[in-house]
Design a protein around this ligand. Structure first.
Ligand SMILES: Cc1cc2nc3c(=O)[nH]c(=O)nc-3n(C[C@H](O)[C@H](O)[C@H](O)COP(=O)(O)OP(=O)(O)OC[C@H]3O[C@@H](n4cnc5c(N)ncnc54)[C@H](O)[C@@H]3O)c2cc1C
Length: 149
């Protein structure tokens, strides 16, 4: 696994300025109830484990806002943050029994770890407890086995 760094920021828009998530090339905007808009997220494959925000990364987000919703460039920025996405060579997670007895893997979710948390938990719990899976879930678990690498 290797890190894919990401940076994000939030803006304070007028309440209900944006009623749904909007996506554009390389940028998305997620509205919260109080008008806060979360703007994400750049992907820096060459940054390695270099911590912190960068002016280039923040400019890239700013360009995304200008392209996606020009009016939002006048809304005040609230917070900026960054993190490392745990990535595998095919960008899919590693799930299920690991290479050592008693070791299970649930990692490498790259940019979808939050989205996939419920499914990962279900597959991992069933796998650890030895509960039989449906054929579809069994196929899913097999396709994310570590041995594909
Ligand atoms: C900017 C950004 C935006 C994102 N947006 C989304 C999104 O919109 N939707 C989505 O689904 N996902 C998103 N993700 C991805 C999501 O955050 C990850 O896929 C998810 O956090 C991976 O979960 P994890 O538990 O596998 O790894 P992590 O969240 O990285 O957790 C690993 C944990 O292990 C700890 N740890 C590391 N080494 C050790 C050690 N040696 N001993 C003990 N503890 C250790 C770390 O401190 C950390 O708490 C985003 C990521 C970033 C960076």
């Amino acid at each position: 696994m290797f890190p894919v760094k990401g940076q994000m920021l939030s803006l304070q828009g007028p309440r209900e300025a944006l009623k749904r998530v909007i996506f554009g090339p390389g940028t998305y905007m997620v509205p919260r109830e109080d008008g806060l808009i979360v703007v994400g997220a750049i992907s820096e494959r060459d940054a390695g484990f270099a911590e912190g925000l960068t002016p280039d990364g923040q400019k890239q987000l700013q360009r995304g806002i200008t392209a996606l919703l020009p009016v939002a460039t006048s809304w005040p920025p609230m917070e900026r943050w960054w993190g490392f996405r745990p990535c595998t060579p095919d960008e899919g997670p590693l799930l299920g029994p690991g290479p050592l007895p008693g070791l299970w893997l649930a990692c490498g979710h790259h940019r979808n770890g939050v989205l996939l948390a419920a499914m990962t938990a279900e597959l991992t719990a069933s796998s650890v407890l030895g509960v039989p899976l449906s054929p579809e879930n069994d196929a899913l678990l097999n396709s994310f086995h570590w041995s594909r690498f």
